[in-house]
Design a binder for this molecule. Structure first.
Ligand code: HEM
Length: 417
Protein backbone atom coordinates (compact mmCIF):
# COMPACT_ATOMS: atom_id res chain seq x y z
CA UNK A 1 0.00 0.00 0.00
CA UNK A 2 1.26 3.50 -0.80
CA UNK A 3 -0.36 6.47 0.91
CA UNK A 4 0.06 10.18 0.39
CA UNK A 5 1.31 11.09 3.82
CA UNK A 6 1.99 9.32 7.08
CA UNK A 7 3.38 10.16 10.47
CA UNK A 8 4.67 7.29 12.55
CA UNK A 9 6.02 9.13 15.60
CA UNK A 10 9.62 9.42 14.61
CA UNK A 11 9.10 9.25 10.83
CA UNK A 12 7.12 11.73 8.72
CA UNK A 13 6.25 11.17 5.06
CA UNK A 14 4.85 13.77 2.67
CA UNK A 15 4.76 14.49 -1.03
CA UNK A 16 5.85 17.68 -2.76
CA UNK A 17 5.22 17.83 -6.53
CA UNK A 18 6.75 14.52 -7.69
CA UNK A 19 9.04 14.10 -4.67
CA UNK A 20 8.47 11.51 -1.94
CA UNK A 21 9.93 13.11 1.19
CA UNK A 22 10.66 11.21 4.38
CA UNK A 23 11.91 12.98 7.52
CA UNK A 24 13.60 10.86 10.18
CA UNK A 25 13.16 12.47 13.58
CA UNK A 26 14.95 10.01 15.86
CA UNK A 27 18.41 8.49 16.10
CA UNK A 28 16.70 5.08 16.07
CA UNK A 29 14.97 5.73 12.71
CA UNK A 30 18.18 7.18 11.20
CA UNK A 31 20.09 4.15 12.43
CA UNK A 32 17.47 1.69 11.11
CA UNK A 33 17.24 3.31 7.68
CA UNK A 34 20.55 5.05 6.95
CA UNK A 35 22.96 2.70 8.74
CA UNK A 36 21.35 -0.75 8.68
CA UNK A 37 19.80 -0.27 5.23
CA UNK A 38 22.80 1.68 3.87
CA UNK A 39 23.01 -0.53 0.78
CA UNK A 40 19.74 0.94 -0.50
CA UNK A 41 19.67 4.36 1.23
CA UNK A 42 22.98 5.94 0.25
CA UNK A 43 22.19 7.72 -2.99
CA UNK A 44 21.68 11.49 -3.08
CA UNK A 45 18.61 13.17 -4.59
CA UNK A 46 19.41 15.25 -7.62
CA UNK A 47 19.40 19.02 -7.24
CA UNK A 48 21.10 20.05 -4.02
CA UNK A 49 24.67 21.27 -3.79
CA UNK A 50 25.99 17.89 -2.57
CA UNK A 51 24.16 15.60 -4.98
CA UNK A 52 26.94 13.22 -5.97
CA UNK A 53 25.24 9.94 -7.04
CA UNK A 54 26.15 6.72 -5.22
CA UNK A 55 28.30 5.31 -8.02
CA UNK A 56 31.87 4.42 -8.96
CA UNK A 57 32.99 8.08 -9.32
CA UNK A 58 31.68 8.83 -5.81
CA UNK A 59 33.47 5.72 -4.49
CA UNK A 60 36.76 6.86 -6.04
CA UNK A 61 36.57 10.39 -4.72
CA UNK A 62 35.44 9.18 -1.28
CA UNK A 63 38.36 6.72 -1.14
CA UNK A 64 40.81 9.42 -2.19
CA UNK A 65 39.41 11.86 0.34
CA UNK A 66 39.36 9.29 3.12
CA UNK A 67 42.98 8.26 2.49
CA UNK A 68 44.10 11.86 2.85
CA UNK A 69 41.82 12.92 5.68
CA UNK A 70 41.42 9.80 7.81
CA UNK A 71 42.17 10.09 11.49
CA UNK A 72 45.78 8.83 11.29
CA UNK A 73 46.61 11.16 8.38
CA UNK A 74 45.60 14.28 10.33
CA UNK A 75 48.98 14.71 11.97
CA UNK A 76 50.56 15.97 8.74
CA UNK A 77 48.10 18.87 8.62
CA UNK A 78 48.72 20.05 12.18
CA UNK A 79 51.46 22.57 11.21
CA UNK A 80 49.09 24.19 8.68
CA UNK A 81 46.21 24.15 11.16
CA UNK A 82 48.36 25.70 13.90
CA UNK A 83 49.69 28.36 11.54
CA UNK A 84 46.15 29.33 10.51
CA UNK A 85 44.83 29.28 14.09
CA UNK A 86 47.71 31.56 15.15
CA UNK A 87 46.95 33.93 12.25
CA UNK A 88 43.32 33.94 13.32
CA UNK A 89 44.12 34.74 16.96
CA UNK A 90 46.48 37.50 15.84
CA UNK A 91 43.73 38.95 13.64
CA UNK A 92 41.29 38.83 16.57
CA UNK A 93 43.68 40.68 18.85
CA UNK A 94 44.41 43.36 16.22
CA UNK A 95 40.80 44.10 15.28
CA UNK A 96 38.52 42.92 18.05
CA UNK A 97 35.29 44.32 16.60
CA UNK A 98 32.23 42.19 15.75
CA UNK A 99 32.01 43.25 12.08
CA UNK A 100 35.58 42.21 11.44
CA UNK A 101 35.02 38.94 13.35
CA UNK A 102 32.79 37.45 10.62
CA UNK A 103 35.33 38.20 7.96
CA UNK A 104 38.17 36.79 10.10
CA UNK A 105 36.22 33.59 10.79
CA UNK A 106 35.53 33.12 7.06
CA UNK A 107 39.12 33.80 6.07
CA UNK A 108 40.38 31.42 8.74
CA UNK A 109 38.04 28.52 7.85
CA UNK A 110 38.72 28.93 4.15
CA UNK A 111 42.45 29.24 4.82
CA UNK A 112 42.68 25.86 6.54
CA UNK A 113 40.65 24.03 3.89
CA UNK A 114 42.42 25.64 0.96
CA UNK A 115 45.84 24.88 2.43
CA UNK A 116 45.09 21.26 3.23
CA UNK A 117 43.00 20.36 0.18
CA UNK A 118 44.57 22.54 -2.49
CA UNK A 119 47.91 23.58 -1.01
CA UNK A 120 46.97 27.21 -1.62
CA UNK A 121 47.60 30.05 0.78
CA UNK A 122 44.63 32.36 0.32
CA UNK A 123 45.25 36.04 0.71
CA UNK A 124 41.91 37.45 -0.43
CA UNK A 125 39.80 38.70 2.46
CA UNK A 126 37.01 39.50 0.05
CA UNK A 127 36.04 37.04 -2.69
CA UNK A 128 36.34 33.66 -0.96
CA UNK A 129 34.83 34.62 2.40
CA UNK A 130 31.95 36.24 0.52
CA UNK A 131 31.49 33.11 -1.62
CA UNK A 132 31.63 30.89 1.47
CA UNK A 133 28.94 32.98 3.12
CA UNK A 134 26.80 32.77 0.01
CA UNK A 135 27.35 29.01 -0.10
CA UNK A 136 26.22 28.76 3.53
CA UNK A 137 23.01 30.59 2.61
CA UNK A 138 22.46 28.42 -0.42
CA UNK A 139 23.23 25.15 1.36
CA UNK A 140 20.65 26.30 3.91
CA UNK A 141 18.01 26.71 1.27
CA UNK A 142 18.95 23.60 -0.71
CA UNK A 143 18.94 21.10 2.12
CA UNK A 144 15.46 21.69 3.51
CA UNK A 145 13.12 18.85 2.47
CA UNK A 146 11.08 19.79 -0.60
CA UNK A 147 12.98 22.96 -1.52
CA UNK A 148 14.48 21.49 -4.68
CA UNK A 149 11.47 19.35 -5.67
CA UNK A 150 10.83 21.69 -8.61
CA UNK A 151 13.97 20.28 -10.27
CA UNK A 152 12.15 17.00 -10.92
CA UNK A 153 9.50 18.68 -13.05
CA UNK A 154 9.76 17.73 -16.74
CA UNK A 155 11.48 20.35 -18.95
CA UNK A 156 12.11 22.61 -15.95
CA UNK A 157 15.59 23.56 -17.21
CA UNK A 158 14.15 24.56 -20.56
CA UNK A 159 11.40 26.58 -18.86
CA UNK A 160 13.92 28.36 -16.63
CA UNK A 161 16.24 29.11 -19.54
CA UNK A 162 13.32 30.86 -21.30
CA UNK A 163 12.74 33.05 -18.22
CA UNK A 164 16.24 34.22 -17.24
CA UNK A 165 14.95 37.05 -15.08
CA UNK A 166 12.52 35.13 -12.89
CA UNK A 167 13.54 34.76 -9.25
CA UNK A 168 14.23 31.03 -9.53
CA UNK A 169 16.47 31.41 -12.61
CA UNK A 170 18.43 34.19 -10.92
CA UNK A 171 18.83 32.06 -7.79
CA UNK A 172 20.11 29.10 -9.83
CA UNK A 173 22.58 31.36 -11.65
CA UNK A 174 23.89 32.68 -8.34
CA UNK A 175 24.42 29.12 -7.09
CA UNK A 176 26.41 28.23 -10.22
CA UNK A 177 28.61 31.33 -9.80
CA UNK A 178 29.25 30.55 -6.12
CA UNK A 179 30.20 26.97 -6.91
CA UNK A 180 32.56 28.26 -9.57
CA UNK A 181 34.26 30.58 -7.08
CA UNK A 182 34.56 27.96 -4.36
CA UNK A 183 35.30 24.85 -6.40
CA UNK A 184 36.48 25.34 -9.95
CA UNK A 185 38.78 28.35 -9.58
CA UNK A 186 40.77 27.13 -6.56
CA UNK A 187 41.13 23.74 -8.23
CA UNK A 188 42.57 25.32 -11.38
CA UNK A 189 44.85 27.52 -9.28
CA UNK A 190 46.03 24.46 -7.32
CA UNK A 191 46.82 22.62 -10.54
CA UNK A 192 48.88 25.57 -11.80
CA UNK A 193 50.66 25.95 -8.47
CA UNK A 194 51.44 22.25 -8.44
CA UNK A 195 52.86 22.37 -11.95
CA UNK A 196 55.05 25.30 -10.87
CA UNK A 197 56.06 23.32 -7.72
CA UNK A 198 55.31 26.39 -5.63
CA UNK A 199 53.31 24.39 -3.11
CA UNK A 200 55.15 23.99 0.18
CA UNK A 201 52.28 22.60 2.33
CA UNK A 202 51.26 18.93 2.23
CA UNK A 203 47.97 18.97 0.35
CA UNK A 204 45.49 16.50 -1.00
CA UNK A 205 45.72 17.74 -4.59
CA UNK A 206 49.52 17.64 -4.41
CA UNK A 207 49.51 14.05 -3.13
CA UNK A 208 47.00 12.86 -5.69
CA UNK A 209 48.93 14.53 -8.49
CA UNK A 210 52.16 12.84 -7.37
CA UNK A 211 50.32 9.51 -7.30
CA UNK A 212 48.87 10.20 -10.72
CA UNK A 213 52.29 10.86 -12.18
CA UNK A 214 53.66 7.73 -10.46
CA UNK A 215 50.97 5.22 -11.48
CA UNK A 216 49.22 7.03 -14.31
CA UNK A 217 45.83 5.88 -13.06
CA UNK A 218 44.31 8.37 -10.72
CA UNK A 219 43.56 11.39 -12.91
CA UNK A 220 39.87 10.91 -12.31
CA UNK A 221 40.44 10.85 -8.56
CA UNK A 222 42.24 14.18 -8.82
CA UNK A 223 39.41 15.61 -10.87
CA UNK A 224 36.69 14.26 -8.61
CA UNK A 225 37.86 15.83 -5.34
CA UNK A 226 36.81 19.22 -6.67
CA UNK A 227 33.47 18.50 -5.12
CA UNK A 228 34.98 18.07 -1.71
CA UNK A 229 35.07 21.61 -0.34
CA UNK A 230 32.72 22.12 2.59
CA UNK A 231 34.60 24.70 4.64
CA UNK A 232 31.42 26.78 4.95
CA UNK A 233 30.41 24.28 7.63
CA UNK A 234 33.53 24.79 9.74
CA UNK A 235 32.91 28.50 9.33
CA UNK A 236 29.36 28.38 10.69
CA UNK A 237 30.42 26.08 13.57
CA UNK A 238 33.19 28.55 14.51
CA UNK A 239 30.70 31.41 14.43
CA UNK A 240 28.29 29.40 16.63
CA UNK A 241 31.15 28.86 19.08
CA UNK A 242 31.72 32.62 19.46
CA UNK A 243 27.99 33.15 19.89
CA UNK A 244 27.72 30.40 22.54
CA UNK A 245 30.70 31.77 24.48
CA UNK A 246 29.24 35.28 24.45
CA UNK A 247 26.11 33.82 26.10
CA UNK A 248 27.83 31.49 28.58
CA UNK A 249 30.68 33.30 30.36
CA UNK A 250 30.64 30.62 33.09
CA UNK A 251 31.61 28.00 30.45
CA UNK A 252 34.48 30.22 29.30
CA UNK A 253 35.68 30.61 32.89
CA UNK A 254 35.66 26.84 33.51
CA UNK A 255 37.46 26.17 30.22
CA UNK A 256 40.12 28.75 31.05
CA UNK A 257 40.56 27.32 34.53
CA UNK A 258 41.23 23.89 32.98
CA UNK A 259 43.69 25.31 30.43
CA UNK A 260 45.61 27.23 33.12
CA UNK A 261 45.66 24.27 35.50
CA UNK A 262 46.72 21.63 32.96
CA UNK A 263 48.98 23.58 30.59
CA UNK A 264 49.96 26.61 32.64
CA UNK A 265 48.89 30.21 31.96
CA UNK A 266 49.65 31.62 28.51
CA UNK A 267 50.46 28.30 26.85
CA UNK A 268 48.80 27.74 23.47
CA UNK A 269 47.26 24.24 23.30
CA UNK A 270 48.29 21.70 20.65
CA UNK A 271 46.45 18.62 19.41
CA UNK A 272 48.72 16.46 21.57
CA UNK A 273 47.16 18.15 24.66
CA UNK A 274 43.65 17.05 23.68
CA UNK A 275 43.49 13.95 25.89
CA UNK A 276 44.31 15.95 29.02
CA UNK A 277 41.66 18.66 28.47
CA UNK A 278 38.27 16.96 29.01
CA UNK A 279 36.32 20.17 29.60
CA UNK A 280 37.49 21.65 26.27
CA UNK A 281 36.49 18.37 24.61
CA UNK A 282 33.07 18.66 26.26
CA UNK A 283 32.69 22.26 24.96
CA UNK A 284 33.37 20.98 21.43
CA UNK A 285 30.87 18.08 21.79
CA UNK A 286 28.23 20.45 23.20
CA UNK A 287 28.77 22.90 20.33
CA UNK A 288 28.05 20.11 17.84
CA UNK A 289 24.91 19.20 19.77
CA UNK A 290 23.57 22.66 20.67
CA UNK A 291 23.56 23.99 17.11
CA UNK A 292 24.46 21.26 14.62
CA UNK A 293 25.73 22.94 11.46
CA UNK A 294 23.44 21.03 9.09
CA UNK A 295 20.29 20.66 11.23
CA UNK A 296 18.29 18.76 8.59
CA UNK A 297 21.28 16.68 7.41
CA UNK A 298 22.22 16.20 3.78
CA UNK A 299 19.41 14.23 2.11
CA UNK A 300 19.92 10.59 1.13
CA UNK A 301 17.86 8.81 -1.53
CA UNK A 302 16.55 5.25 -1.60
CA UNK A 303 17.56 3.09 -4.55
CA UNK A 304 15.00 0.35 -3.82
CA UNK A 305 11.59 0.18 -2.13
CA UNK A 306 12.03 -0.14 1.64
CA UNK A 307 9.40 -1.42 4.07
CA UNK A 308 9.76 0.32 7.44
CA UNK A 309 7.39 -0.32 10.36
CA UNK A 310 4.81 -1.62 7.89
CA UNK A 311 5.00 1.42 5.58
CA UNK A 312 6.38 1.49 2.07
CA UNK A 313 9.14 4.00 1.40
CA UNK A 314 9.32 3.97 -2.39
CA UNK A 315 12.47 3.76 -4.47
CA UNK A 316 13.68 7.33 -5.21
CA UNK A 317 12.35 8.79 -1.94
CA UNK A 318 14.35 11.57 -0.29
CA UNK A 319 15.40 10.67 3.27
CA UNK A 320 16.27 13.65 5.49
CA UNK A 321 17.73 13.02 8.94
CA UNK A 322 16.41 15.65 11.35
CA UNK A 323 19.68 16.03 13.26
CA UNK A 324 18.22 18.99 15.14
CA UNK A 325 15.40 16.85 16.63
CA UNK A 326 17.87 14.12 17.60
CA UNK A 327 20.27 16.47 19.41
CA UNK A 328 17.36 18.25 21.14
CA UNK A 329 15.58 15.14 22.38
CA UNK A 330 14.87 16.06 26.03
CA UNK A 331 14.93 12.40 27.08
CA UNK A 332 18.52 12.12 26.00
CA UNK A 333 19.59 15.73 26.61
CA UNK A 334 17.61 17.31 29.45
CA UNK A 335 17.16 21.09 29.07
CA UNK A 336 18.33 20.76 25.44
CA UNK A 337 18.36 24.47 24.55
CA UNK A 338 20.97 25.28 27.18
CA UNK A 339 24.69 25.00 26.43
CA UNK A 340 25.87 22.53 29.11
CA UNK A 341 29.26 20.91 28.34
CA UNK A 342 29.09 18.91 31.61
CA UNK A 343 26.48 16.60 30.05
CA UNK A 344 29.28 15.00 28.00
CA UNK A 345 31.63 14.35 30.95
CA UNK A 346 31.57 10.74 32.13
CA UNK A 347 32.94 9.14 35.28
CA UNK A 348 35.45 7.08 33.25
CA UNK A 349 36.78 10.29 31.64
CA UNK A 350 36.19 8.88 28.15
CA UNK A 351 34.31 10.28 25.14
CA UNK A 352 32.59 8.41 22.32
CA UNK A 353 34.44 8.09 19.04
CA UNK A 354 33.81 11.12 16.80
CA UNK A 355 32.01 8.85 14.30
CA UNK A 356 29.12 8.90 16.74
CA UNK A 357 28.73 12.70 16.68
CA UNK A 358 25.25 13.03 15.15
CA UNK A 359 26.11 16.36 13.47
CA UNK A 360 28.40 14.52 11.02
CA UNK A 361 25.56 12.43 9.55
CA UNK A 362 24.98 8.75 8.90
CA UNK A 363 25.93 5.53 7.17
CA UNK A 364 28.08 5.39 4.07
CA UNK A 365 27.57 9.10 3.47
CA UNK A 366 28.85 10.11 6.93
CA UNK A 367 30.85 13.35 6.58
CA UNK A 368 34.12 12.39 4.95
CA UNK A 369 35.74 15.62 6.15
CA UNK A 370 34.89 14.95 9.80
CA UNK A 371 38.45 14.40 11.02
CA UNK A 372 39.71 17.63 9.50
CA UNK A 373 36.61 19.48 10.81
CA UNK A 374 37.04 17.83 14.22
CA UNK A 375 40.71 18.74 14.69
CA UNK A 376 40.23 22.24 13.25
CA UNK A 377 37.30 23.01 15.52
CA UNK A 378 38.97 21.54 18.59
CA UNK A 379 42.11 23.63 17.93
CA UNK A 380 40.19 26.83 17.37
CA UNK A 381 38.07 26.31 20.52
CA UNK A 382 41.10 25.49 22.69
CA UNK A 383 43.36 28.23 21.30
CA UNK A 384 40.72 30.97 21.36
CA UNK A 385 39.71 30.10 24.93
CA UNK A 386 43.38 30.14 25.98
CA UNK A 387 43.93 33.64 24.62
CA UNK A 388 40.68 35.56 24.19
CA UNK A 389 37.86 36.85 26.38
CA UNK A 390 34.56 36.74 24.45
CA UNK A 391 31.71 38.92 25.66
CA UNK A 392 28.64 40.77 24.44
CA UNK A 393 29.26 44.35 23.48
CA UNK A 394 25.76 45.68 24.17
CA UNK A 395 26.23 46.95 27.69
CA UNK A 396 24.34 44.01 29.23
CA UNK A 397 25.73 42.50 32.38
CA UNK A 398 27.31 39.17 31.35
CA UNK A 399 25.13 37.13 33.67
CA UNK A 400 22.02 38.90 32.33
CA UNK A 401 22.82 38.15 28.68
CA UNK A 402 20.54 35.12 28.37
CA UNK A 403 17.49 36.49 30.13
CA UNK A 404 14.59 37.17 27.76
CA UNK A 405 16.69 36.44 24.70
CA UNK A 406 15.48 34.26 21.82
CA UNK A 407 18.69 32.55 20.79
CA UNK A 408 17.02 30.83 17.83
CA UNK A 409 16.35 34.20 16.20
CA UNK A 410 20.06 34.41 15.48
CA UNK A 411 20.01 31.23 13.39
CA UNK A 412 18.43 30.45 10.04
CA UNK A 413 16.68 27.10 9.39
CA UNK A 414 19.83 25.56 7.99
CA UNK A 415 22.96 27.29 9.32
CA UNK A 416 23.88 30.49 11.09
CA UNK A 417 24.06 33.36 8.70
C1 HEM B 1 31.37 21.42 11.38
C2 HEM B 1 31.83 20.83 10.31
C3 HEM B 1 31.07 19.85 9.48
C4 HEM B 1 29.85 19.25 9.70
C5 HEM B 1 28.91 19.42 10.89
C6 HEM B 1 29.60 18.39 8.57
C7 HEM B 1 28.46 17.63 8.43
C8 HEM B 1 28.19 16.85 7.33
C9 HEM B 1 26.97 16.10 7.15
C10 HEM B 1 25.79 16.07 8.10
C11 HEM B 1 27.09 15.45 5.98
C12 HEM B 1 26.05 14.52 5.35
C13 HEM B 1 26.12 13.15 5.96
C14 HEM B 1 24.98 12.27 5.51
O1 HEM B 1 24.67 12.26 4.32
O2 HEM B 1 24.37 11.58 6.34
C15 HEM B 1 28.38 15.78 5.40
C16 HEM B 1 28.84 15.29 4.20
C17 HEM B 1 30.04 15.68 3.65
N1 HEM B 1 31.01 16.47 4.22
FE1 HEM B 1 30.89 17.36 6.02
N2 HEM B 1 30.65 18.47 7.71
C18 HEM B 1 31.57 19.35 8.22
C19 HEM B 1 32.78 19.72 7.65
C20 HEM B 1 33.27 19.22 6.49
C21 HEM B 1 34.54 19.58 5.93
C22 HEM B 1 35.52 20.54 6.56
C23 HEM B 1 34.66 18.91 4.77
C24 HEM B 1 35.78 18.91 3.76
C25 HEM B 1 37.02 19.08 4.08
C26 HEM B 1 33.46 18.11 4.58
C27 HEM B 1 33.21 17.30 3.52
C28 HEM B 1 32.03 16.61 3.33
C29 HEM B 1 31.72 15.87 2.13
C30 HEM B 1 32.58 15.76 0.90
C31 HEM B 1 30.47 15.29 2.33
C32 HEM B 1 29.71 14.40 1.36
C33 HEM B 1 30.05 12.96 1.65
C34 HEM B 1 29.36 12.01 0.69
O3 HEM B 1 28.35 12.39 0.09
O4 HEM B 1 29.84 10.88 0.56
N3 HEM B 1 32.65 18.33 5.66
N4 HEM B 1 29.02 16.63 6.25
Amino acid sequence: MFINSFHSGDVIYFRNLRDHLVVLNSAQAANDLLEKQARVSSDRPFGNMMDKPYDETWRQSRRAFHQNFRSEAMVKYEPVQMEKVHEFIRALSLSPNPEQLWSDISTFSQGIMFSSIYGLNIVSKEILPKAARLAADQIDWNLLPGNVSFKRLPFIHLVLSLMPNCQLSRHQKKIRETIDQLRERPFKAAMEAWVCKSDSHPSMVGELMSKHIADGKSAQEVESIKDMGASALTMTATASFFFAMSLYPDVQAKAREELDRVLGPGKIPRLSDRGSLPYIEAVYRELMRWHPTVPMGVPHQSTEDIIYKGYLIPKGATLSANIWAMTHDPEQFPDPYRFIPERHLRDDGKFDNINSITAYGFGRRLCVGRYVADTTLWLVIACVLATTDIYRDDGLDKSEALKGMDVEEYFTDGGLW
